[in-house]
Design a binder for this molecule. Structure first.
Ligand SMILES: [Zn+2]
Length: 406
C-alpha cells in the first residue's frame, strides 16, 4: 500500500482549480492537502482533513503549485557577465553574442556541460521550479546539438531542439545551407532526444521562410513547434507560430494588433520572459494588452548566459506585476498553469485532484508576497511528485505564522 502524506495548517492554498476554491486561482484558506503515489488525492479545509500516514506542518504558510519554467537554455559553457556590464554602460543587446557561448560550448567536455546543467537544475528546484524546459542551441553542429540534447534529456523530459538559434560563423555566407543542415542531418540526430522544435525568428537570426522550413521539418520528425518571436523588433514570428499551431510564441515584446488578435483567438500561448528585458534593459512586453484581449500568458525565466541569467521565477513574477501590469494573481497563474499550458501539460501547474504533487511552501502567508516582497527568498520547501526536493538548510529557522511558533 502506498502511504498518504498530508500537509497541514496551510495558511492559503493556491490550487489553480476554480472548482476547488476561490477565484481563478482556486484559493482555499486554512487548508490541508493529501498526496499519495506522487499525486494530489485530496485538498480542502483543514477542518475536514482525515488522518494520513505522515504529515508536514505548514505552520500557516502558503502553498502554491510548483513553478513551470517553459523556456530555458541551461546547456552551455562559460558566462558573459562582461557583456552584461557593457550593456549596462549603454551597448545594445544583439543576437550575435550567442556565438561566444557556441564556441565555449563546442570546446567543453560533456562533464563540464553536465556540471553546469546539474547546478542549474538544483537552482531551479531551490527557486520552486518543479518542471523546466531545456533547449539546445549552443552547439550548432550535428554532434554538439545531439550531445547537448542527450545531456538535457537526463535532466528533464521537456527537451527542445534549437539548432536554429543563430546561423553559426562557419555558415555566415550560406545561411540557407545551414537551414538545410538543421532540417536534415541535425534534425535526424536530434529528434530522438527532443520533444519540441524551436527557432529564433528575429533580426540577426532566421527569417519567416527559413523559420517555417525548420518548424515544418520538425513537425514531420514528430517534434512539436514553439518559436522565439518578436523579441527584438516587430516581425513575422508570432503569426508563424500561430500558423503552424505552435504551443507557444515566446518573448512577444513587439506585437502588432494582428499579432495580439492571432494570440487571443488561436491556441498558442504567449510566453513572456521579463528576465530578458531586465538584463538587456529593453522595453517590457505589454502583458496587460495580451490578457485584456483574451490571450493565454505564461511567464518563464529564459535562463541563459547571455540575456537572462536567472533561475528566479519569483523575480519574473515581481517584474511581470511591476513592469508588465499583470495582477499578482495573474502572474502566479502564468508562472504555474500558464507554463504548463505552454508545454501542453495537464498534470503540472495546478493542484487539482490527480495532478502531480509538485508544490512549494512559501515563507509567507499567501501568494501575493511573491510580488509584494521582491528580491526576498520566500521558498521554504519544495516537493516534486510527492517527494521533498528541497528545504531550507539546517540551522535556518522557519518561523510559523500562526502566532504560536516559538
Ligand atoms: Zn530563449
Amino acid at each position: 500500500m502506498s502511504r498518504a502524506s498530508a500537509i497541514t495548517n496551510i495558511g492559503s492554498l493556491v490550487t489553480n482549480d476554480p472548482d476547488a476554491g476561490e477565484g481563478p486561482l482556486g484559493v482555499i484558506p486554512e487548508a490541508a492537502l493529501v498526496m499519495m503515489s506522487g499525486r494530489i488525492v485530496w485538498t480542502g479545509p483543514m477542518a475536514d482533513l482525515q488522518p494520513a500516514d505522515e504529515s508536514f506542518d505548514a505552520q500557516g504558510h502558503a502553498i502554491v503549485p510548483g513553478f513551470v519554467d517553459s523556456h530555458a537554455h541551461p546547456v552551455f559553457a562559460g558566462d558573459r557577465a562582461d557583456e552584461f556590464a557593457a550593456r549596462m554602460k549603454g551597448e545594445a543587446y544583439q543576437a550575435g553574442g550567442i556565438h561566444r557561448t557556441v564556441r565555449l560550448t563546442r570546446e567543453a567536455t560533456n562533464e563540464v556541460l553536465d556540471r553546469t546543467l546539474q547546478r542549474l537544475s538544483a537552482e531551479f528546484a531551490r527557486q520552486g521550479i518543479t518542471t523546466f524546459e531545456a533547449k539546445s542551441g549552443y552547439g550548432l553542429t550535428v554532434h554538439d546539438e545531439q550531445r547537448c540534447l542527450q545531456l538535457a534529456q537526463q535532466a528533464t523530459e521537456e527537451t527542445t531542439f534549437l539548432g536554429a538559434h543563430v546561423v553559426p560563423m562557419e555558415f555566415a555566407h550560406d545561411p540557407d545551407g545551414y537551414v538545410r543542415l538543421v532540417c536534415e542531418d541535425m534534425l535526424q540526430a536530434c529528434a530522438p532526444h527532443a520533444r519540441w522544435i524551436d527557432v529564433f525568428c528575429d533580426r540577426g537570426a532566421f527569417d519567416a521562410d527559413q523559420a517555417r522550413h525548420v518548424l515544418q521539418a520538425g513537425l514531420q520528425a514528430g517534434l512539436w513547434p514553439r518559436v522565439h518571436a518578436n523579441q527584438l523588433q516587430p516581425g513575422p514570428g508570432v503569426q508563424l507560430a500561430v500558423e503552424v499551431g505552435a504551443a507557444s510564441a515566446d518573448h512577444c515584446t513587439y506585437l502588432s494588433a494582428e499579432d495580439v488578435d492571432a494570440l487571443a483567438t488561436g491556441h498558442t500561448v504567449a510566453t513572456l520572459l521579463p528576465g530578458a528585458e531586465f538584463s538587456t534593459r529593453s522595453p517590457y512586453p505589454d502583458a496587460r494588452r495580451l490578457l485584456d484581449a483574451g490571450a493565454t500568458v505564461a511567464l518563464a525565466t529564459d535562463c541563459n548566459p547571455g540575456s537572462s541569467y536567472t533561475t528566479s521565477m519569483s523575480l519574473c513574477i515581481a517584474l511581470a506585476v511591476r513592469e508588465m501590469h499583470m495582477t499578482p494573481d495573474e502572474a502566479v497563474w502564468a508562472a504555474t498553469l500558464g507554463g504548463a499550458k505552454a508545454l501542453r501539460r495537464t498534470d503540472v501547474g495546478h493542484l487539482g485532484i490527480g495532478s502531480r504533487a509538485d508544490l512549494v511552501e512559501l515563507d509567507a502567508p499567501n501568494h501575493l508576497h511573491l510580488s509584494y516582497r521582491p528580491g526576498v527568498d520566500l521558498i521554504n520547501r519544495v516537493w516534486v511528485a510527492g517527494d521533498m526536493a528541497w528545504s531550507r538548510p539546517e540551522g535556518y529557522e522557519v518561523d510559523g505564522l500562526d502566532g504560536s511558533a516559538e
